[in-house]
Design a protein around this ligand. Structure first.
Ligand code: CA
Ligand code: CA
Length: 487
């Protein structure tokens, strides 16, 4: 019986690390050598570079494939090199060789800075609920489902506590979004043709759809609304989770259709734009690290993430390096000159749904803002992860948003809390276009929350969109958008 247990435990451990592949980060000199070397194969079929130490390691793990983790950056290559992205290589090898021995074979080389496996990642789980009846047309935003979105404005419509929400209509009196702001959503794909999302999808105008050519030379073919990283395709698969998350950030507000999005505009084409970075594809999962590079280089300044690792305590340095790149380089052009609505980026992660205080990456990584979950009474969503690394909370239970095929659904999970914060980040930047830093956006989000007594493991408290707009003197700035909203 103990033997069986060990077998099962081993099987599940193996399932959480990708077999037959490792990633290494080389020294500058070794990477330069590799770049100028024609890689061949030995008689046995193993990679051969002429570099003795590398070739020994390649033979040891029976390596048969080598590629850069981050594709060539085109006009952004100099920036990529500044961040050491060119030093990362992915090595594939015989699956008969264990990942741990392959990691060790490279880790012992003096010219290898990092040697790591690829850990399993998952969309943070969500629990779909049957859609409730539509109660009535709202007098605030005219979207028919708006009155069901208790998380924006809680009137007790779901049996919860009045005002246990994020004070969104009050914030909409001041700001509803700006189309210059792009939110990169690393997730399953967004349904780019959804009736309540299409108008707020970011469009890469330098790319011609469907011609099979990388027209803008950014390394991605037919990337119109983002990229299908998991499938390595310009086609973005419509995923329920990604579509729901995207809708919370920026479904088109006040268009008489479907739901409202937090930063979805006023109904006149002024919502923030959604860039779909589908690392969870229809046929494959991958490219996580590259989503942050793509997002920053293509103009996003907010990175929305409702995904995580399937085990606590594990991370990939390649992904953290890429997150660092987004935070440092978003909003700058290839020469390092400001060209976005904010200089630098903000990266926001869901805490996860394991109900545990543990080291859940990437949310626990210090430079990212981690979001836990609440319910319609400002009580805890009990499955939310927690701990002193969680900065704040937002509504997670029965959140109403878009789902593929022009449908609308109510989902539960910290995945649903996180995009509320990303959306309000979009509102804050909208109102302070070109005049606010990522650090200031972070401070406004985290320091203006409503405290949650007894739930200090969720950081400072629950998101308050309206309070995030109050100036230092406690007075709201003058309204600049006239969306007939009663606060
Ligand atoms: Ca392209
Ligand atoms: Ca709508």
């Amino acid at each position: 019986m103990s033997f069986l247990f060990i077998l099962l435990a081993t099987a599940s451990l193996f399932a959480q690390i990708e077999q037959g592949v490792v990633r290494i980060k080389l020294s500058e000199s070794k990477a330069a050598m590799l770049q100028n070397t024609k890689v061949s194969k030995s008689g046995a079929g193993y990679l051969r570079t002429g570099d003795v130490s590398l070739d020994v390691a390649f033979a040891e793990c029976k390596a048969n494939g080598l590629k850069r983790v981050f594709r060539h950056g085109g006009k952004f290559e100099a920036k990529h090199r500044k961040h050491g992205l060119h030093l990362w290589y992915e090595i594939s090898f015989d699956k008969g060789v264990s990942v741990s021995s392959a990691v060790a074979a490279f880790a012992k080389l003096s010219d290898v800075q990092v040697s790591e496996p690829i850990h399993e990642k998952a969309i943070i789980g969500y629990h779909p609920m049957k859609m409730k009846e539509i109660f009535s047309l709202s007098t605030e935003a005219d979207d028919p489902q708006y009155s069901n979105q208790w998380h924006y404005n809680n009137t007790g419509q779901t049996g919860g506590t009045v005002d246990a929400d994020v004070d969104l209509p009050e914030a909409w009196n001041l700001e509803t979004g700006n189309s210059d702001i792009i939110v990169a959503v690393t997730d399953g794909g967004i349904d780019v043709d959804h009736e309540d999302l299409a108008a707020n999808m970011w469009v890469n105008t330098a790319e011609i759809p469907g011609n099979g050519i990388d027209d803008d030379g950014n390394g991605y073919v037919d990337d119109i609304n983002g990229y299908g990283f998991g499938d390595n395709s310009g086609t973005i698969p419509a995923d329920p989770h990604g579509t729901h998350v995207g809708g919370t950030v920026a479904a088109v507000t006040n268009n008489g259709i479907g739901v409202a999005g937090v930063a979805g505009g006023s109904g006149s084409g002024d919502g923030v734009r959604l860039m779909s970075c589908a690392a969870f594809g229809a046929n494959g999962v991958g490219g996580f690290a590259e989503t942050y590079i793509y997002g920053a280089d293509m103009g996003a300044v907010i990175s929305q993430n409702s995904w995580g690792y399937t085990n606590p305590g594990v991370f990939e340095q390649a992904v953290l390096d890429a997150i660092d790149y987004f935070i440092a380089e978003a909003g700058f052009d290839e020469s390092g000159n400001p060209d976005g609505p904010m200089q630098g980026g903000i990266v926001i992660f869901a805490a996860g749904n394991d109900g545990l205080d543990a080291e859940w990456y990437p949310g626990i990584y210090e430079p990212v803002l981690a979001v836990g979950g609440t319910d319609h009474n400002d009580g805890e969503y009990t499955s939310s992860n927690r701990g002193d690394w969680v900065e704040m909370a937002a509504p997670a239970v029965d959140v109403v948003s878009t789902t593929p095929g022009n449908t609308y659904s109510s989902f539960t999970g910290t995945s649903m809390a996180c995009p509320h914060v990303s959306g309000v980040a979009g509102l804050i930047i909208s109102q302070n276009l070109g005049n606010i830093t990522p650090t200031q956006v972070w401070a406004r989000l985290v320091q203006t929350t409503d405290p949650l007594p007894g739930l200090e493991f969720f950081g400072s408290g629950i998101l308050n969109a309206f309070a995030a707009f109050l100036q230092d003197d406690g007075v709201a700035p003058e309204a600049i958008v006239d969306l007939a909203v009663a606060s």
